[in-house]
Design a protein around this ligand. Structure first.
Ligand SMILES: C[S@@+](CC[C@H](N)C(=O)[O-])C[C@H]1O[C@@H](n2cnc3c(N)ncnc32)[C@H](O)[C@@H]1O
Length: 309
């Protein structure tokens, strides 16, 4: 069975400050590593709602937690977070929300999912591979300018224009439908090499983030998570690249400050008051965890506490 090692597990449990009778949402279930640890810390009346848009993640979760009545698994994007939590039959407030962003090891390791330039497979890259367009379909239709913009903005790729030009030239001969083909086109178009990094890393990241609307889902879910939390409830966000981390960091900072329109005024209405308190700064994995799980190397955890309205 495909495995996923949860990152920053102790740090997440400490960040969530689990209460035995609490109600938690794991918005990125994956293979349930964090969910299992949360359940283990909960008593019989505790509850977890776990969400994933990947049908295979949900199927694996249903098998693994078949006997677990405190868990409800919900298939879908966490973009409409409040709707998903309510669909699980949970009314009222939550004590914690976890977002462990990006892709899981099984998604990366399974060549047929098309996320990896390390092994050849169909160029898919959809987290929900039963909906939406695949990377191959997008690359067949997108204009050169659009491809370049995605690579630059979501991959921070300095050779975005060259790569886009090479893709458009290649598809004039034959459609680009395999991860191996795309990796080779990118490798040939990129003139320099970053140590320890495949030249197609940024391109694959950018296309994946674009196709799955990853940043939009995060932007949409964060304010909903705050609305769902009770006073003292915790928000934990683990990101794996700077674009996501920036969104999480700025969101928490804004929520700490409240509405700037009322800055310095004596009477601040409830809706304009700070809603979050940052619990420390960026938390990263220690040496031992990185040695045991290289995926943890780029993980950054941010924790915030919901303030009373
Ligand atoms: C890093 S993995 C989570 C691993 C999990 N914490 C564990 O310990 O097994 C990220 C998971 O979130 C899912 N995911 C990413 N973006 C999502 C979104 N917008 N909505 C729902 N699930 C999403 C992916 O399908 C993937 O399974």
């Amino acid at each position: 069975m495909a495995e996923h090692t949860p990152v920053l597990l102790d740090e997440v449990l400490a960040g969530l400050a689990i209460r035995p009778d609490g109600r938690y949402c794991d918005a990125t279930f994956g293979r349930g590593g964090h969910t299992a640890a949360i359940l283990a810390a909960l008593g019989p009346t505790g509850r977890v709602v776990a969400i994933d848009r990947d049908p295979e993640a949900i199927r694996a979760g249903q098998r693994r937690f078949a006997e677990e009545s405190r868990l409800t698994l919900v298939r879908g994007s966490f973009g409409p977070l409040e709707e998903r939590v309510r669909a699980a039959g949970v009314e009222g407030e939550l004590d914690g929300v976890l977002l462990d962003l990006g892709v899981s090891s099984p998604q990366l390791d399974e060549a047929s999912r098309g996320f990896s330039f390390m092994q050849d497979g169909p160029l898919d890259m959809r987290m929900d591979n039963e909906a939406g367009q695949s990377a191959a379909q997008w690359l067949a239709r997108a204009g050169e300018r659009e491809i370049a913009d995605v690579l630059r903005e979501l991959g921070e790729e300095r050779f975005a224009r060259r790569i886009a030009r090479a893709i458009v030239a290649a598809r004039a001969t034959a459609p680009v439908i395999r991860t191996g083909e795309l990796a080779a086109i990118v490798a040939a178009a990129v003139p320099t090499r970053e140590p320890g990094k495949h030249p197609a890393t940024r391109t694959f990241q950018a296309i994946r983030i674009h196709l799955n609307g990853e940043l939009e889902a995060l932007q949409s879910a964060l304010p909903q998570a705050v609305r769902l939390l009770s006073a003292g409830g915790r928000l934990c966000v683990i990101s794996f690249h700077s674009l996501e981390d920036r969104i999480a960091k700025r969101f928490i900072r804004r929520e700490e400050q409240g509405d700037p329109v009322y800055a310095g005024l004596p009477n601040v209405p409830p809706h304009a008051r700070p809603r979050l308190r940052r619990m420390g700064g960026a938390i990263v994995a220690g040496e031992a965890e990185v040695a045991a799980n290289p995926r943890a190397r780029s993980a950054v955890l941010r924790v915030a506490e919901r303030l009373a309205a």
